[in-house]
Ligand binder design. Structure first.
Ligand code: T4K
Length: 395
């Protein structure tokens, strides 16, 4: 106990030095070496062609289609724009069912596309919406389901597709966190009418900013390309209006380099995930989220659930203690979308209607992974959690 007490006194929150010399983030932050980056950028500078569907973007889209096994991979500025464009191109109207346990961009994209979200509670174990819960919310104004694939894992797409077909409504996926992941041998790119990915700097495929809409429906793909911009259009088709969701050559260069590294980044992520699992296995009240056995995960995030009673310490305080140590743990998603403006004001009927979402919002947090951590850092992070757990009465 004495040793533990000393350790607690040494915590940064109690005035001690920080455990890590630089912040360890929860996102991937997978950057290529400067030499590889420079070489790609020299090409852009010598061609003097910076955007408007240039050669690097063409190369990227072709490589993505091949790797993901999908007919159309249409790259855009970021994941939020991908969701807005997909929503417009699908021609849906009125209400769209989606979870509130997601990044707020899921709902914001619907709002930008003039659609109204209908928030569905998630399953407490899988963190995803289920066909059972969705079915209860379908009425004549609902035109689509926007399911979210979280953490590199996936919702039960087969059941959702069955329901969508029965009810004659559209199903599409926010797979912003799921690049490279598979479900029952099918890449998430091929789920539903369309599936979108984010290539934000914190994602396993990093274009600094970027995103992609994937679909096997060629007609939908043409509408998406026409809405994205007139550059990159293959066939002119009727669309409500056009915009600018183009991906620049700089973004495409980053994405191509990141794509080369995907397999090794995924392997490294899996190794880190397994190490956390091993080191934290005996901590009472702490559960590490398991990727679905039905699929191959990219291990985008290391997600923990804290039972505060069993662990003996509040989740928010634990995150605070860790952040003081430069362990930049996050609480995705606190608050849930249904409790965030504008939705808590505009759609107050959901504020107290999603018990599982509320439980997860209050118990989930993420630990650092990706390029900026290593085995030694993960050992240190785990030690801090164990120290706090074992010496709680002294805090
Ligand atoms: N749907 C879902 C389900 C999503 O998760 C997201 C995005 C979207 C849609 C929309 O896709 P995008 O439009 O973003 O492409 C982050 C990301 O900004 C966001 O992309 C992501 N999901 C969301 C879950 O998390 P923040 O504000 O929590 O994190 P941020 O950007 O501050 O970064 C996290 C950590 O990484 C920090 O500790 C700082 C560090 N960091 C970040 C950046 C950008 C770095 O060290 N270097 C960097 O360059 O939103």
């Amino acid at each position: 106990m004495k040793v533990g007490k000393e350790k607690l006194n040494n915590l940064a929150i109690n005035g001690g030095g920080r455990l890590l010399s630089r912040p360890a983030p929860v996102g991937q932050i997978n950057f290529p070496s400067w030499e590889r980056f420079e070489e790609k950028f020299r090409g852009i500078f010598s061609r003097e062609y910076y955007t408007n569907h240039g050669p690097l973007l063409n190369e990227l889209e072709a490589k993505l289609e091949k790797m993901l096994g999908v007919k159309n991979a249409i790259c855009v500025t970021n994941g939020t724009i991908a969701l807005i464009i997909a929503s417009k191109a699908l021609g849906i109207e009125g209400k769209v069912i989606c979870p509130a346990f997601s990044f707020i961009a899921t709902a914001q994209a619907l709002t930008w596309a003039n659609l109204t979200p209908v928030f569905c509670d998630v399953d407490i174990n899988t963190h995803h919406i289920t066909a059972n819960e969705v079915e209860k919310l379908i009425d004549k104004d609902v035109s689509a389901i926007l399911a979210v694939n979280l953490w590199g894992n996936s919702a039960n797409a087969e059941e959702l597709q069955k329901l969508a077909d029965q009810k004659n409504i559209k199903l599409y996926f926010d797979s912003a966190q799921g690049f490279g992941s598979e479900r029952n041998g099918v890449n998430l790119a091929s789920l539903g009418e369309a599936s979108i990915f984010s290539f934000h700097a914190t994602k396993i495929l990093n274009a600094a900013e970027g995103g992609c809409i994937c679909t096997n429906d060629d007609e939908l793909a043409e509408r998406i390309r026409n809405i994205r911009s007139s550059y990159g259009v293959r066939k002119v088709v009727d669309i409500p209006f056009t915009g600018n969701g183009r991906m620049s050559e700089a973004q495409a260069a980053m994405a191509l380099l990141s794509l080369e590294d995907y397999q090794s980044n995924q392997r490294r992520n899996r190794g880190y995930y397994n190490l956390y699992k091993k080191l934290l296995a005996d901590v009472k009240g702490l559960k590490i989220y398991e990727p679905d056995s039905n699929g191959e995960s990219n291990y985008q995030y290391v997600v923990c659930e804290l039972d505060e009673k069993k662990f003996g310490f509040p989740r928010d305080r634990l995150v605070e203690v860790m952040r003081a140590e430069n362990i930049m743990s996050r609480r995705y998603f606190t608050p849930g979308i249904h409790r965030s403006p504008p939705y808590c004001n505009d759609l107050p009927q959901y504020v107290n209607a999603l018990p599982n979402t509320d439980k997860l919002c209050a118990s989930v947090f993420q630990l650092p992974s990706g390029q900026d951590v290593n085995h030694e850092i993960i050992q240190k992070i785990s030690d801090i959690i164990i120290t706090i757990h074992k010496n709680l009465s002294d805090m």
